[in-house]
Design a binder for this molecule. Sequence first.
Ligand code: CTP
Ligand code: CA
Length: 226
Amino acid sequence: AADCFEHRALTGRHVLITAGPTQENIDPVRYITNHSSGKMGFALAEAAVEAGAKVTLITGPVHLPTPDRVNRIDVISARDMLAACEAAMPCDLLIAAAAVADYRPEVVAQHKMKKDPTSGEGLLLQLVRNPDILATLAGRPDRPFSVGFAAETENLLEYASRKLKDKNLDLIVANDVANPTIGFNSEENAITIIDRDLGQTSFAQTSKGKIARQLIIFIADRLNQA
Ligand code: CTP
Ligand code: CA
């Protein structure tokens, strides 16, 4: 399995990867987002190319260079990301590393919102649910081998297993974002893979690049034995 990169174990495979945060507009100058850096998704794209795959990387706003030979598509909102993924289908393997905003403002103000000059009241922002990109793609008749990420601050394996089932995934990657050295904006990661058929496998804390290569080797083995 360690020879995956020499053997180019993903040759001929189309791999779709989502990465980064999404931004959900409130008005022309404001938005809701999160602290995702995109590093894990970009590292996975690079590793998948090294393993011989054709890679489409659909990313929210991040400050990262595009890895060599990766087809990068930039999007802003969750709905844009879903539309870009649907346009990029079919694929053999989907890895959903994006931190998609769960909600967006129900209405986007046309003009920059002004404070009410006559009162010191707060502001209530009505939010609505965004589509679930991973569950949508994993629910299609042409569903790819589907890999999700579960970033949790508590009950990590329980919540991750629930997502594996609820979204109809083949595999989920659980990581503990309560630990600041392996969380959203960090250089390193430590993960536990929960595989629908194979159960749990853990990888010790190391750089996101090394974790990405280990994960791509694991997934390539699973794809090639299926
Ligand atoms: N995901 C997605 N589209 C969404 C929300 C999540 O594709 N609208 C994907 C993420 O990319 C990740 C997986 O689903 O691979 C799990 O995301 P997570 O935020 O941990 O789970 P949620 O289902 O959003 O549940 P919650 O945030 O309530 O824990
Ligand atoms: Ca979420």
